[in-house]
Write a protein that binds this ligand. Structure first.
Ligand code: ZN
Length: 432
């Protein structure tokens, strides 16, 4: 199998940041640099091991079907876990990924961090807020970890060129974490430039960043997305493969899957800073605030509403029934999330108008999702026409006419074929 060589190129320090540059060179000698930038005051937390880079480059190597040759030190326990990690992803998406070998110059376990401290991947959204809140408030029984820091990554949901937006979002995250006595640790990385499918690789990207700090932290917490009772597999972060992004020295924990999003919101609704600074929107123009219009903003407001709370301060306005009815293009995950809200409303015998509007909206979206592409296109076009998109009338009619003609031709041919078959059978029987 072709090989991708990986090595730590250099570590530079400037403007209060330390940048770790990792080179990836493929068989054609094309080089890509994967870099991570950490505030210089956290320099001592950075591991000398290549474990985080292996996790960062894994999806790329699996996608390009090249063995990964690591010129550095890698933990054998990580390599063991990544074999199983790959086995899962290759069986989930065989058309996209190939199982590869990871060969390291030195196989040696990373030395464990001196204190058993945890760091959480913190975007400021519902899942990471829930994890940060419950671990800092002693709300998780024996799952309790010693949470010290929250890593917010620039380059994941906020593009690297949007420095102002990231700084504003960082400020909100800082206020939230400070109220819990947890330190914010911003990291920037060009991980997404590797071009992996974000829906598949987001947990690996986060694990790579948290693992980079394993000289100080021995546990990385990652807030779950879907609850156990409504798991979505395959999905980048899940309770099956997340724990495999770990070594004997560093655990990566998929946290909170026993809770639905509504239940999580119920728990964090006691946290004033979360009500004020929660950041859930990824479709709005500025990703440091909530647009209040997109499906995720609407969904989050309804998560609050279904437990009897009004839209929190982090949203400028509440949601109307009309807005709910206008939600379209939901995928399977989003439909599942809205269904959980409907279930919670029904359990609470809530008969408000928004519940029935939401039911109709979800039913419509399910119908659209299950409809054949041509039907979906036709319905979308009809809807577009209703909204005044008259120029679309001609293509819609053309597609419709074409489909009807094809369908008629098929029925006609099918009818003739069946008639021939029947005649042959009957005549054959008479002859016999
Ligand atoms: Zn939004």
């Amino acid at each position: 199998m072709p090989q991708t060589h990986l090595w730590l190129d250099n570590i530079t320090e400037s403007n209060g940041s330390i940048t770790i540059n990792v080179v990836l060179e493929n068989t054609q000698h094309a080089r890509t640099t994967l870099w991570y930038r950490v505030p210089v005051e956290h320099k001592t937390a950075i591991t000398p091991s290549s474990d985080p880079f292996v996790v960062g480059a894994l999806f790329l190597a699996m996608r390009q079907a090249t063995d990964l040759v690591v010129h550095g030190q890698v933990s054998p326990s990580l390599l063991r876990n990544l074999e199983e990690f790959q086995a899962a992803w290759v069986s989930w998406k065989p058309e996209r990924y190939i199982k590869i070998n990871i060969l390291a110059d030195t196989e040696q376990e990373s030395s464990p961090a001196p204190a058993n401290e945890a760091v959480v991947a913190f975007s400021g959204g519902v899942d990471s807020c829930f994890t940060a809140w419950r671990h800092s408030q002693g709300l998780c029984g024996r799952q309790q970890r010693n949470l010290h820091a929250g890593v917010m990554v620039h380059g994941f949901d906020i593009p690297l060129n949007q420095t102002d937006v990231f700084n504003r979002a960082k400020l909100k995250a800082q206020k939230m974490l400070a109220s819990l006595g947890v330190q914010l640790l911003p990291i920037a990385t060009n991980f997404r430039d590797l071009g992996d499918n974000w829906e598949d690789c987001h947990a690996a990207g986060a694990a790579s960043c948290l693992m980079l700090l394993q000289q100080k932290y021995s546990v990385g917490l990652y807030g779950s997305t879907e609850p156990y009772k409504k798991l979505l597999i395959p999905w980048g972060s899940n309770p099956i493969t997340d724990p495999m992004l770990a070594s004997d020295s560093f655990q990566f924990i998929h946290d909170g899957a026993a809770y639905t999003r509504t239940k999580k919101i119920q728990v964090i609704s006691d946290w004033p800073e979360a009500n004020k600074y929660l950041r859930v929107c990824w479709q709005g123009q500025d990703k440091d605030k909530n647009c209040g219009q997109c499906e995720k903003c609407v969904r989050t407001i309804l998560n609050f509403r279904v437990i009897g709370l009004s839209a929190p301060e982090c949203f400028e306005n509440d949601v109307s029934d009309a807005q709910i009815s206008e939600i379209t293009h939901l995928n399977l995950t989003q439909i599942g999330e809205f269904e959980q809200i409907i279930d919670a409303a029904k359990t609470a015998n809530n008969t408000d108008s928004w519940v029935s509007v939401l039911e109709k909206t979800v039913a419509y979206n399910k119908k659209m999702l299950n409809a054949p592409p041509a039907n979906r296109l036709r319905r979308a076009l009809y809807k577009g026409i209703l909204w005044g998109a008259y120029p679309l009338l001609v293509p819609a009619a053309a597609i419709d006419a074409y489909r009807r003609q094809r369908s008629f031709q098929r029925s006609w041919r099918g009818g003739i074929g069946r008639l021939k078959g029947w005649l042959t059978k009957e005549l054959g029987a008479i002859d016999g």
